[in-house]
Design a protein around this ligand. Structure first.
Ligand code: THG
Length: 681
């Protein structure tokens, strides 16, 4: 078996490669009848088969072979198998689930034979066959029922299993590579990536993978709402040979998106547009020379490595494209992989060295909010989504979701809630952190996220083998991971134990090639001010551990559950907020990148009154033995209410500069328009 990856790398370093064009419209030219589609094999099948193009590899292989021939003759380097809809999910419409594997094997054999014939003719131009994997007619991120947004027509496991069967057939039939295309719902693609990965592991062999998304319109988003960069962030863990765009738009409209992708992705870039935008009759009439000129322009500007055609393109288009790109140089661009952690919801979240501290909204947690818990237990998921929205409007950059409650079916609650969140665009923008102490709940959550989320958490509590098993699984879903400083003996409390446990986990993750940028350490924020002497150094030790971990593992991030710190002052929000905020002030300086907080309810450090601040910092920084006593005594004199809750409008008396500055620091939008208007005068 030749190494196809090496072959593709070498070919694309020499020239632009050409895919084939549309299959469907070529099939239409044959004006096949119901009897043609049925053939002998399905003469008495229960369902009409006309229009089921995928079945033709079994019933009219001559037609499919003729089309492959035409594209190879026109100059395609890579042709696609006729398997766009050959999955059990899509074939259910025709009651042909039982022959899906055979379809994929037969289709791959047909394409492979045609390729081998043309490679023999001219060995200097090797031809390769790509197993085509379509998006399916059922989608994991959107509900087909208007009145039931949490409903899904299909489960992640069904999609994954259907793709697994297709992938197995395509590989058994001899596909040189796999091409998952026309992706409009990233979660379907993520299920496909899991299927590919599992099949590769079972076979002990991988083939190159090409991934191609569809940008539906000028919004620059997928149908399921992701921006291009969010899409890319969600699937890059597949380590594809190429990432690209096909369908929906013509080359002219696709250009800005190809430019964006070519700047972003260290992979090769593919592009196979439709023959322009459809006319009033839904037909494509961009001529071969126009498509070819546009694609040659992309090649000229070093934007693409692989080009071809989608809907409306013909062998004449491919011939023109092949001719036009033959005179362009290979792209020969290598985009560096930047050392930034990246996560995504519908939009990307990139953590750069200069990024601000990130807020992870804590209130969508049944153990962390009485209100949220009450809503979930009552089944009022809509109102629970409003809690999420509150966190986002309060500044949350990531949303922590936890359903660990004895009375709940936590897997189901997690699934329903995440399905609903996906339909609230203001919330779905940001990445989700799935929070649970049960692995099955974490995995249920991963199966709902089309973006790149974060698992909260894994640890060495159940030993190294279990830790690695979970880490590998997270890798397959392409999520980040919070690693808690916890081992077989229990929770780390001292600086040394926190660092040791995190570094032990780090080495294990490294042994399985876990992306370092996807690792988030949590060295345990534990309650201080409890009156117990051993607890006095908890905050200081957390900060010290943070400093060391950031030094030892510069690509990793550090996070923590900030509100834990002030548990012993429950009931006195003013003191809790002051403690949390003073802690954050110092922990961020020690390198803390993000924290689970009540977004929208954080006190501003500078606003804490000097007496309170001094007493709070005495406790946080463990500055004197009687620190807790003094804070407890002082706490009794401060209002029990948190700061943000009472509207203090004294700041409105300041100058316009001071007012705008106050609004920016506190994230208040109420007066900003009037203040800005005044400032502009
Ligand atoms: N590390 C990681 N994950 C975590 C934690 C951590 N997840 C859970 C928790 N700790 C972080 N989340 C919260 C959420 C809420 C509160 C504390 C931590 C909290 N809630 C109020 C209370 O209990 O007093 C509830 C108030 C209400 O009901 O309105 O303090 O450390 N990786």
């Amino acid at each position: 078996m030749p190494d196809i990856t090496a072959q593709l790398e070498s070919l694309t370093s020499q020239r632009i490669l050409v895919l084939d064009g549309a299959m469907g419209s070529e099939i239409q030219r044959f004006r096949l009848s119901e009897a043609d589609f049925r053939g002998k094999q399905f003469a008495h099948h229960s369902h009409d088969l006309q229009g089921n193009n995928d079945v033709l590899v079994l019933t009219r292989p001559d037609v499919v072979a003729t089309i492959h021939e035409a594209y190879l003759e026109a100059g395609s380097d890579i042709i696609e198998t006729n398997t766009f809809g050959a999955t059990a999910v899509a074939q259910a419409d025709y009651a042909l689930e039982s022959v899906v594997y055979d379809m994929n094997v037969a289709a791959a054999q047909l394409a492979r034979q045609a390729c081998e014939k043309w490679t023999r003719k001219d060995p200097r131009k090797p031809r390769l066959c790509a197993g085509s994997i379509g998006p399916m007619n059922k989608t994991l991120s959107m509900s087909p029922r208007v009145g039931d947004p949490a409903y899904r027509a299909v489960t992640f496991d069904q999609v994954r299993d259907a793709y697994r069967e297709q992938v197995r057939g395509l590989l058994d039939g001899g596909s040189d590579l796999l091409l998952a295309e026309t992706v409009f719902d990233t979660l379907n693609l993520k299920a496909c990536i899991v299927a590919m990965e599992e099949e590769f592991v079972q076979r002990g062999q991988r083939v190159p993978v090409m991934l191609s998304v569809t940008i539906t319109d000028k919004s620059g988003r997928t149908l399921s709402g992701q921006t291009l960069e969010a899409f890319w962030t969600s699937i890059i863990h597949a380590r594809p040979f190429s990432v690209g765009i096909n369908c929906a738009l013509g080359a002219a409209e696709m250009r800005p998106y190809i430019e964006e992708l070519a700047q972003l992705s260290p992979t090769r870039i593919s592009c196979y547009p439709n023959a322009g935008l459809p006319n009033a009759f839904g037909e494509y009439d961009e001529t071969p020379d126009v498509t070819a000129r546009l694609l040659a322009g992309f090649a000229h500007d070093h934007l693409v490595d692989v080009v071809g055609g989608c809907c409306g393109t013909t062998p004449a288009h491919i011939r023109a494209i092949a001719k036009a790109v033959a005179v362009e140089p290979a792209r020969a661009i290598s985009v560096p992989e930047l050392p930034f952690s990246r996560f995504s919801g519908l939009e990307p979240l990139v953590i750069r060295p200069e990024s601000n501290f990130l807020l992870i909204g804590e209130r969508t947690n049944v153990t962390g909010s009485k209100k949220f818990s009450r809503l979930i237990q009552a089944g009022d998921f809509q109102a629970a989504v409003a809690v999420a929205l509150d966190q986002v409007r309060g500044g949350a950059n990531i949303l922590d979701v936890n359903m660990d409650e004895g009375m709940l079916d936590s897997e189901q609650a997690m699934t329903t809630f995440l399905h609903l969140l996906a339909t609230e665009p203001e919330v779905a923008r940001i990445p989700v952190m799935v929070d649970s102490s049960k692995w099955s709940v974490l995995e249920a959550g991963l199966k709902c996220l089309q973006g790149k989320g974060i698992v909260n958490s894994i640890s060495l509590k159940d030993g190294e083998a279990e830790f690695l098993r979970r880490a590998r699984c997270i890798q397959k879903y392409g999520a980040g991971v919070v690693v808690m400083a916890f081992d077989e003996a229990g929770q780390a409390d001292t600086t040394q134990r926190k660092v040791d446990m995190c570094l032990r986990a780090w080495r294990l993750l490294d042994s399985i090639d876990f992306d370092q940028k996807d690792v988030i350490f949590d060295p345990n924020i534990l309650a201080i001010g409890t009156g117990i002497e051993e607890h006095a150094r908890y905050a200081v030790d957390f900060m010290e551990a943070t400093r060391i971990l950031k030094r030892e593992c510069p690509l990793a991030k550090v996070s923590g559950g900030v509100s834990n710190l002030s548990f012993s002052f429950r009931g006195n929000d003013a003191v809790r907020e002051a403690m949390n905020s003073a802690f954050l002030f110092h922990a961020i300086r020690a390198g803390l990148d993000m924290g689970i907080v009540n977004a929208g309810q954080l006190a501003v450090y500078e606003d804490i009154s000097p007496e309170l601040r001094e007493r709070v910092e005495d406790v946080v920084l463990d500055r004197r033995p009687d620190a807790t006593e003094r804070l407890v005594a002082f706490a009794a004199t401060v209002a029990q209410k948190g700061m943000e809750r009472k509207q203090d409008l004294a700041w409105r008396d300041g100058t316009v500069e001071a007012r705008i500055s106050h609004a920016l620091v506190h994230g208040m939008v109420d007066f900003i328009e009037a203040d800005v208007a005044e400032a502009l005068e």
